[in-house]
Design a protein around this ligand. Structure first.
Ligand code: NAD
Length: 498
């Protein structure tokens, strides 16, 4: 077994040279080996990084849009060229397949491409002659230093949801990646340096609750973008807002797919299996519940089971469709849910625990399928975040819709039907932030915004798109008059337009 590699903070362009009081282990989930020793930041180190970022933000906020755009284009080119290298690191720490890791970087890259249009996106309004010889206009200015806290499941894409727009709008960034797979962000930060981003505009602080809370409490950190589980999202939102910050905190999910009797069942089964087991179910937009209408339920379950049995689980660098879970602790949690589902009386159609040990010492669980799940079971109520797909049988559209709307999460959902009227009704009636129609994972493009409803998002601003531009800027409204000889004289009345 080789010595774990030290992974440390990036204070601007430089690797941190201090000695960490606390470290945590990073695993290769496919082998179970400890491959990294991650430095965990103290609150004092967070203070030092904020000070560095604050002085960088003052200069960066005044850099011309033309220069910012050149850096964004250069970064986009480097990201394109180094995608394979970053993807290998993701697979080695997260476990997802190499192809899936490349795909997540590509989706993140789309936000960089959107951010390259920042001169257009930052255009304020202008109204000439709002009153005689008076003009009004608005400008969007950076906030200063912003914090980004990301989850383990998309170690490149989620940071790329935020960093390009935060930087493009003139802010300095401190990002705290997940401690489970921290290396991708270090590589990405290096690309920003190579692209010409000035020192201190992009900083990486690794750590856990101590670092997160230090960012939340620091008065110089003006905004926080968080993505992670619902309990932590709620904590981040409440603590960040209490200290006067702007916060967007995206939380967990339980995504339902409703299959109506007129749907193409082959298409629906393909979609359920792809969206249920892709990335071993460790996606915030994974389908975890299929609501099968009674008349087609037997046939649909058979088609899903048939496809599920063909999936190959293994090392993400090999010939597999699905990799291991991220850590041993997470594997234990997910297998605990499988046991709870059996105990609660759900029908275990495919038991992914069988044969998992034969795959090696990594954190493997094979695809698991439950039928006849009911909404009171923990496999339905809780976000499992693993390769466990649950079928809930419903009499019709109405009961299916009711189940989705009663669920406390509201991240993503999808309907499979050939009835345009039913689909249109669904997109109007469902209380979920991102909706698919015959599309398994309805993840919005970079120029739309990403975000759920209810317990899937705290705050009122979704990620990227125009909402992202607004999140990282504050608007100033200016009213101007250039005096000419016709003006003058005292008037203490409230300004009137004439
Ligand atoms: P997590 O909540 O455990 O961790 C997220 C971040 O918060 C990490 O950086 C972690 O270090 C930090 N953190 C953990 N515990 C903390 C604490 N007590 N105080 C302060 N900070 C803390 O989430 P995860 O397991 O890394 O990621 C999976 C979760 O993220 C799932 O619930 C998934 O649905 C969710 N997710 C949501 C979206 C979305 O867009 N809504 C996207 C991706 C992932």
């Amino acid at each position: 077994m080789s010595t774990p590699t030290r992974i440390t903070h990036l204070v601007g362009h430089a690797s941190w040279q201090g000695r960490a009081e606390r470290t945590s282990e990073v695993f290769n989930p496919a082998t179970g080996e400890v491959t990294g020793a991650l430095d965990l930041a103290s609150a004092q180190l967070v203070d030092e990084v904020v000070a560095h970022a604050t002085s960088a933000a003052q200069e960066w906020g005044s850099v011309s849009l033309a220069k910012r755009v050149r850096i964004l284009f250069a970064f986009r080119q480097l990201l394109e060229e180094r995608k394979g290298e970053i993807a290998k690191v993701i697979t080695a720490e997260h476990g997802k397949t190499y192809e899936d890791a490349v795909a997540e970087i590509s989706r993140g890259q789309e936000v960089v491409e959107f951010a390259c249009g920042i001169p257009h996106l930052l255009k304020g309004g202008f109204s000439e002659n709002v009153s005689t010889a008076i003009d009004a206009y608005s400008i969007l200015q950076p906030l200063g230093v912003v914090g980004i806290i990301s989850p383990f499941n998309f170690p490149a894409m989620v940071p790329l949801w935020f960093v390009p727009l935060a930087v493009a709008t003139g802010n300095a960034v401190i990002i705290k990646p997940s401690e489970k797979d921290p290396s991708a962000v270090n590589l990405i930060a290096d690309l920003w340096r190579e692209a010409g981003l000035p020192d201190g505009v992009m900083n990486v602080v690794h750590g856990d609750k101590e670092a997160v809370d230090a960012l939340l409490d620091h008065p110089e950190v003006k905004a926080i973008s968080f993505v992670g589980s619902t309990p932590i999202a709620r904590h981040v939102y409440e603590r960040g807002v209490a200290s006067g910050k702007r916060v967007q905190a995206l939380g967990g999910a339980k995504n339902h797919m409703l299959v109506l009797p007129d749907a193409d069942l082959d298409l629906a089964a393909d979609a359920a299996v792809s969206a249920g087991y892709g990335a071993a179910g460790e996606r915030c937009m994974a389908i975890s519940v299929v609501l099968a209408t009674d008349s087609i339920a037997d046939e649909l379950v058979a088609k899903i089971a048939e496809r599920t049995r063909t999936l190959r689980t293994g090392d993400g660098m090999g010939e597999s469709d699905m990799g291991p879970l991220v850590t041993g602790a997470h594997l234990d949690k997910v297998t605990g849910y499988v046991a709870a589902g059996v105990a609660a009386g759900a029908e275990l159609v495919i038991d992914g625990r069988e044969g998992a040990a034969d795959l090696g010492p990594g954190f493997f669980l094979q695809p698991t399928l439950f039928d006849r799940v009911t909404p009171d079971m923990s496999i339905y109520t809780d976000e499992i975040f693993g390769p466990v797909l649950c079928i809930v049988r419903v009499p019709s559209y109405d009961e299916g819709l009711q189940i989705i709307n009663d669920n406390p999460y509201g991240n993503g959902t999808t309907i499979f039907t050939n009835d345009g009227g039913a689909a249109r009704r669904f997109q109007h009636e469902v209380e979920v932030g991102m909706v698919g129609i015959n599309v398994p994972i309805p993840t919005p493009m970079s120029y739309y915004s990403f975000g759920g409803w209810k317990n899937s998002l705290f705050g009122d601003t979704h990620a990227h798109g125009i909402e992202g531009v607004h999140f990282f800027t504050r608007t100033k409204a200016v009213t101007q008059r250039w005096l000419d000889p016709s003006h003058g004289g005292l008037n203490l009345g409230f300004p009137q337009n004439d």
